[in-house]
Design a protein around this ligand. Structure first.
Ligand code: ASP
Length: 343
């Protein structure tokens, strides 16, 4: 039987076309996608579309959006072999990370893609991104199982694990990278899958469990040389925060001055989870490498290992929704749940 794919259009540049009169960019009716991209008819798979209403620029993504998206996938999980999510590129890494945590026991491909130029423009990158994402969502292994049963981002010839990506380029077609994990597939004349890097379920046949409880009471604090005590203290003491992603230098280093470590310790002692993520994109947090890391470790800060900031934020949102006890959250933060960190 031909594979069946559900195309979920949430918004972003990809779904725009130029108005023939005013030349401004407008979203087009996605149920007419086959008219816009007739190449899709050549696939040996059936493609249905769902368009979010309203469609959004991905800067407006929030917890409700993620719940809606995960529920859309869950409601249609039995009917389709794979899912392609069209999403704005700006926060695509956050959404792909979030969905990777929310969709427990995922055994089907959920491929996010989008484009830097609208699909209705001549030089668009959207057509290739869309057609290859569909091909990947429909791909099967020799045993009939899905080739990539993960939440991924496909962009400019590369398939990445979603929770390992960062949007790092606002201009080039190669907008994403996965600095700490190899690509899962590369599209050239053929799509070459690197199956040794793809996560397959230990045991197939588990029912999908959608974890829709999310708590977004978190903040990113990026430290800078010359940081003023009163500014840092004000950020660490913002009311209503359950967790802080502390973006540190190099391999997880921070100032050793007493006011700084005292402030971090007080924050941790107050019951706020502080997760250490490096400002570097490649490599990992190792709080034992330097005295400056050790002093942070002694305050009770948790290592984020080689996580991206996007995955760290998403994992916190997810875990804070699942657990009320910080001890459980801290234990899970240090575990590799969906391939987001290297243990
Ligand atoms: N601002 C757009 C968005 O993220 C950009 C894009 O789609 O690439 O929705």
């Amino acid at each position: 039987m031909n594979p069946s794919i559900l195309l979920i259009y949430t918004g972003g540049t990809i779904g725009m076309k130029q108005d023939p009169v005013g030349f401004d960019l407008r979203p087009f009716d996605f149920s007419q996608i086959l008219d816009e991209v007739p190449e899709l008819k050549k696939f040996g798979c059936s493609i249905d579309t769902i368009s979010f209403n309203p469609i959004i620029d991905s800067s407006d993504v929030d917890a409700h959006f993620w719940v809606r998206l995960s529920e859309t996938i869950a409601e249609n999980y039995g009917k389709y072999d794979g899912f392609v999510v069209l999403h704005g590129t700006d926060t695509m890494s956050f959404s792909a990370s979030m969905l990777s945590f929310m969709l427990e026991n995922l055994e089907k491909p959920v491929i996010f893609t989008g484009s830097q130029l609208p699909i209705g423009m001549l030089r668009t990158d959207g057509k290739e991104n869309l057609t290859s994402a569909i091909e990947i969502a429909a791909a099967r292994r020799a045993d009939g199982r899905p080739m990539v049963p993960e939440v991924c981002i496909y962009f400019e010839n590369m398939l990445y694990r979603g929770n390992r990506t960062t949007k790092y380029n606002a201009e080039n077609f190669r907008a994403f990278r996965s600095a700490n994990y190899p690509v899962l597939a590369e599209a050239g004349i053929h799509i070459k899958y690197h199956t040794n890097y793809i996560r397959y379920p230990e045991k197939w046949g588990q029912p999908l469990a959608v974890k829709n409880k999310i708590d977004t009471s978190a903040l990113i604090v990026k430290i800078i040389p010359g940081l003023k005590p009163e500014i840092f203290e004000a950020m660490m003491n913002i009311e209503g925060i359950r967790a802080i992603v502390l973006e540190t230098f190099g391999s997880g280093n921070a100032p050793t001055v007493k006011w700084f470590t005292d402030c971090v310790k007080k924050t941790v002692d107050r019951g706020v989870i502080v997760l250490n993520i490096s400002q570097c994109h490649t490599g990992k947090v190792d709080m034992d490498a330097y005295a400056t890391g050790k002093s942070l470790k002694n305050t009770g800060v948790v290592s984020g290992a080689d996580s991206t900031t996007e995955a760290a934020v998403a994992k916190l949102f997810f875990l804070m929704g699942q657990y009320s006890d910080n001890k459980d959250i801290i234990t899970m933060l240090q575990k590799n749940i969906r391939g987001e960190i290297t243990e």
